[in-house]
Design a protein. Structure first.
Length: 253
């Protein structure tokens, strides 16, 4: 569970709602037609811009913002050191018993290919193909939410213009101008709120999650190829840690 995302949403909405309550009534900021224009219109724009399958897939990918099993890079690298030592000592088949204990499906598939005697270049090509497919799905998810973030303020402005037109048509009743103007501005408020507190942050977090997953899986490929080539465990460990920030390494340089 990614508590940072949950805390961020709670803090953002909490402060906004708190500010509203300090200055007046929360119900003054609730308008169902305005909400329908922003959310319904934004959803319609998404369906116009992207295939239905991509939109549905993007919302499934968005679950990664809240719950995502990121690999523990240090533990992963340590496993590869143990695998490299076992391979140098007892041969590649020594890894067969460890495959079932690997939780990461990507690493498990790679180890199985290694134990099955598949050529290292073939393993590398297969795993990179899989990695490219995952990257493409993540890119589409982030792209969809970026489009939602761009459309929401525009739909908010459309709703405001609709409200202003309706307000101007009722100019014969001066007492209705103030409330009508307030309702008209709510669509702009909703558009800015959903774009900047929901859609754009989700797109950004998806890209961060993608980068973290890519790093972990690239290290899996590097570790598997090192084992296939019979790399010295110490050298392999240094290669695996070369791409990591100093704080993520098992020991200081």
């Amino acid at each position: 569970m990614d508590f940072a995302t949950i805390i961020g949403l709670v803090v953002a909405f909490g402060l906004i709602i708190g500010s509203i309550l300090v200055g007046g009534s929360l119900m003054a900021f609730v308008d169902v037609p305005s909400l329908l224009i922003v959310l319904g219109g934004t959803g319609g724009v998404a369906l116009i811009s992207f295939p239905l399958a991509q939109v549905l897939e993007s919302f499934k990918v968005a679950v990664n913002v809240f719950k995502y099993p990121l690999p523990n890079i240090k533990d992963q690298n340590q496993k590869f050191l143990e695998f490299a030592e076992a391979t140098r000592r007892d041969g590649i088949l020594a890894l067969e018993g460890a495959i079932s204990s690997i939780e990461d499906p990507f690493m498990r598939r790679g180890l199985q290919l290694l134990v099955d005697g598949v050529d290292a270049e073939k393993i590398e090509a297969m795993l990179w193909d899989e990695l490219d497919g995952v990257a493409s799905r993540h890119r589409r998810g982030a792209q969809t939410f970026e489009a939602l973030g761009a459309a929401a303020p525009a739909l908010g402005l459309v709703g405001t213009l609709i409200g202003l037109v309706q307000m101007l048509q009722a100019m014969d009743d001066p007492s209705s101008i103030g409330p009508a103007m307030a309702v008209a501005l709510l669509t702009t408020f909703y558009g800015a709120l959903f774009a900047n507190v929901v859609f754009n942050p989700i797109a950004g977090k998806l890209r961060v999650r993608h980068d973290e997953e890519q790093l972990g899986r690239q290290l899996v490929i590097k570790g598997l190829l090192g084992i296939a080539r019979g790399e010295n465990p110490r050298i392999l460990g240094q290669q695996l840690e070369a791409d990591l920030a100093p704080s993520m390494r098992s020991k200081e340089d």
